[in-house]
Ligand binder design. Structure first.
Ligand code: NDP
Length: 401
């Protein structure tokens, strides 16, 4: 059905490419390209061993638009799936426009020198994609991604309007390391050290990072502390559902994680301001990434489950109702299937499903779209059949935290 070029060969990419290979009737040709080709070759070897499918590999610098366009032309791809880092989003969108192919990513663009997490840079491509008759899908991971599709599905099938939404992201897994992040450490630490921000009463409310903690009993996991954070889907969800009065994002962290981040922050190791070290300019956070465990290596070490979902309150036929919709995912089950832990899996599988939606022609409207703007039904069905089954339960009332 479709010829796909995947850029980036990290933890998320590995999970996504394995799942693409497991759906050969949709992904008829796959090319995997990244900065370091040997990473692509390692993934290709595992894909061949696990599925029997051969994928092509290539070296490319995603910041070099000309090189990406040339690669697109050589592969004949009709869709580019960007699983590199948020810094590359705009260059890869430029390359797709120049080569005339569709685009999909899992994280919004960020300039390297500022942790901003804003969509306006990518939304500015709306007219160019529309005029070219091409589709760009933004944020097809779990959060953003599935959590936004969950919201649209609830609005389509259970409620008329959404009054408030809380996105709850729990990782109840343990990787046995003193300190390790579950996805790219640089992006992860930029997120957790940024001020918390949520949408309330038509404006953004800011509070210091990690200052608002609540204990919550997660299905399949149990009680965990979760912290109010800013996360990029809050911007698009509130922009595309103007009736939302309050939108918040929560993520669980253990005490050891919080202690490590606090110390690292206090001593300047999480800074993105360059410093001169023995005559060489380095960015402390990038150096920290180099010395921390590679999230891609945590697969065999991680045990436990994730539970990610939304608690949504709104009205149906004038009656207020609250629903909790979520997926529970087991780290060891993911590892057995594709060789990745659940954080890579829960991002890589929705990236594959979003790509399938484009290749099948289900999500093909020309323009730049966030996940909550698209019809949720076919995507929700594929979650159930592709390893991320979801449950929805009505709660007795809105959340009290
Ligand atoms: P990794 O750091 O493991 O992988 C990133 C990959 O991109 C690496 O292979 C890296 O190459 C490659 N890369 C970086 N720069 C370039 C470049 N200039 N040209 C070509 N390749 C490049 O990250 P993850 O797999 O953990 O995360 C991937 C993406 O998924 C990130 O954008 C992250 O924010 C997003 N994400 C989204 C989530 C969601 O739910 N929506 C959740 C988790 C992550 P090299 O190996 O040489 O460094």
């Amino acid at each position: 059905m479709g010829n796909t070029l995947v850029i980036g060969a990290g933890g998320v990419s590995s999970a996504a490419v394995h799942k693409m290979a497991m759906n050969p009737e949709i992904f008829t040709k796959i090319t995997l390209a990244s900065r370091r080709k040997f990473k692509c070759d390692e993934i290709a070897k595992s894909v061949k061993e696990r599925t029997g499918v051969e994928i092509a590999t290539a070296q490319v610098d995603a910041m070099d638009v000309g090189a990406v366009v040339a690669l697109i032309k050589v592969t004949g791809a009709e869709l580019l799936v960007n699983l590199a880092l948020p810094y590359q989003d705009l260059k890869l969108m430029d390359a797709c426009l120049e080569a005339g192919i569709h685009y999909l990513d899992t994280a919004n663009y960020e300039p390297e020198d500022e942790a901003k997490f804003e969509y306006h840079w990518q939304w500015a491509y709306q007219e160019r994609f529309k005029d070219a008759g091409l589709t760009a899908i933004l944020g097809s991971g779990f959060d953003p991604g599935v959590t936004s599709v969950f919201a649209t599905w609830i609005k389509k099938h259970k409620l008329d309007t959404i009054r408030q939404i809380d996105v709850l992201d729990c990782n109840g897994g343990d990787n046995g390391q003193a300190f390790a992040t579950n996805f790219n450490p640089e992006i992860n630490i930029r997120e957790v050290t940024a001020d918390a921000r949520h949408w309330e009463g038509g404006q953004w409310v800011t509070s210091p990072a990690m200052s608002h903690k609540v204990e919550f009993d997660f299905p399949g996991v149990g009680k965990k502390n979760m912290y109010l954070m800013y996360h990029e889907e809050l911007e698009s969800l509130s922009a595309h559902n103007p009736e939302i009065e309050r939108a918040r994002f929560w993520m669980t962290f253990g005490d050891a994680y919080i202690n490590h981040v606090t110390v690292l922050q206090n001593i300047g190791m999480t800074s993105i301001e360059p410093v001169v070290h023995e005559g060489v300019e380095i960015v402390p956070l990038q150096f920290l990434k180099t010395v921390l465990p590679d999230p891609g290596d945590l697969g065999p070490l991680t045990k436990g489950k994730t539970c990610i979902g939304d608690i949504i309150t709104g009205s149906k036929d004038g009656v207020e109702k609250t629903y909790y919709i979520y997926n529970i995912c087991d780290h060891e089950v993911c590892y057995a299937e594709v060789g990745s832990q659940a954080v890579s899996y829960t991002t890589g599988v929705p990236a594959m499903i979003g790509a399938a939606m484009v290749l099948k022609g289900v999500w093909r409207e020309p323009g730049v779209w966030n996940m909550e703007q698209l019809d949720p039904d076919a995507f929700m069905e594929m979650l159930n059949t592709q390893g991320l089954p979801w449950e929805v339960h009505e709660l007795s009332g809105p959340v009290e935290f």
